[in-house]
Design a protein around this ligand. Structure first.
Ligand code: DP6
Length: 330
């Protein structure tokens, strides 16, 4: 029996990963840049044993069906191939999210699984190798290996596509992100399927790729100079560009719902009234508001005028993936 356990926090991209050039290896079309957050995380333990005749995956104590186990099984296959250690495994994951609002994150999940496998099999992978491994589970997971600001270098091969921390002199500790959980029934298109359809069909996609390097550069500069407005502006504009590509896909789609628009509008109104805040959105209806820690309580209370407290979650910068003590094997 080989056991390992790890915890990883989720990350939110300020400059988005949107599109793959290699589906198998998960090589992205563009660099992306994220902030790892403390409010949402996954703890995963894995046990490999000769006794097991198949892989099984428990999420929050529930045995998962074929479909939900597939991503995990494919990842375990990669680990087995890389380590030449051919035993089945039991994976047990716990998602720590303040509410059950569909925020289960593949970024924290796959990063924690990569860390747990590294621990269980004594692979001694460096952070860069862990990032490469996590990437092959879910692209955004490669960024959750580190805390704070992180950039995923797109690379052009398995070897050179990985994430690295962005030096910031701890500036991330002065920032906050408020999640507005939108419960509207959104069209259920996973990020994986959404980006695939966009790359294949969106007439705006080439423009996305052309512009994203400029946004990355702006974000890096803003982080180096601790320029919050510049970081906020490029975060919001990059998000809008990503979402614009989906409208030009065939068939077209959007992750926005009426309440997402209400939240985006609220952020604009607050900004016009002098509050320093900017939004971003991923492949779902939730809206995340980037602000400075010093303003975060005021902005939170202002948001509470439109959204009930149970829909708001305050997050600050989080840590990188860490290995945990394993419990005694069952
Ligand atoms: C919109 O990492 O979930 O959140 O690599 O197919 O597993 P796969 O996709 P995933 O995509 C995340 C897309 C995004 C933007 C981002 O996190 O950069």
């Amino acid at each position: 029996m080989h056991n390992g356990k790890a915890r990883a926090f989720t990350n939110i991209a300020l400059i988005k990963y949107w599109g793959k050039k290699d589906q198998q290896l998960i090589l992205p079309m563009n660099n992306s840049l994220s902030l790892t957050l403390d409010a949402f995380y996954t703890e995963t333990s894995v046990s490999f044993s000769k006794k097991y005749t198949a892989d099984s995956f428990y999420l929050d104590g529930q045995l998962q069906d074929e479909k939900s186990t597939e991503k995990v099984r494919r990842f375990l296959d990669l680990v087995r191939e890389q380590s030449q250690f051919f035993e089945y495994a039991i994976v047990q994951s716990q998602n720590f999210v303040p509410t059950a609002a569909g925020l289960a994150s593949s970024a924290s999940g796959l990063a924690a699984l990569a860390g747990a496998c590294n621990d269980a099999l004594g692979l001694n992978l460096s952070d860069k190798e862990l990032s490469r491994l996590a990437r092959k589970g879910s692209g955004s997971a490669c960024r959750s290996i580190y805390g704070g600001f992180v950039e995923w270098e797109k690379g052009d091969s398995d070897q050179n596509s990985y994430a690295l921390p962005v030096p910031s002199n701890h500036w991330e500790d002065e920032l906050a992100m408020i999640f507005i959980l939108i419960n509207d029934k959104a069209k259920d298109i996973s990020s994986r399927n959404g980006m695939q359809r966009t790359v294949a069909t969106s007439t705006y996609y080439t423009d996305w790729v052309k512009n994203v390097d400029i946004d990355i550069k702006k974000a890096r500069e803003a982080i180096t100079t601790h320029d919050f407005q510049a970081l906020g502006e490029v975060t919001e504009s990059n998000c809008l560009k990503m979402h614009a590509t989906t409208l030009a896909a065939s068939p077209p789609f959007t992750y926005w719902t009426p309440n997402s628009l209400k939240a985006m509008n609220k952020v604009h109104t607050m900004r016009q009234a002098g509050q320093d805040c900017y939004f971003t959105m991923d492949a779902g209806p939730n809206v995340k508001v980037l602000c400075q820690k010093k303003d975060s309580q005021k902005i939170y209370h202002e948001l509470q005028k439109e959204f009930p407290a149970e829909q708001l979650v305050m997050a600050y910068a989080g840590k990188g993936m860490e290995t945990l003590e394993t419990e005694v094997a069952k």
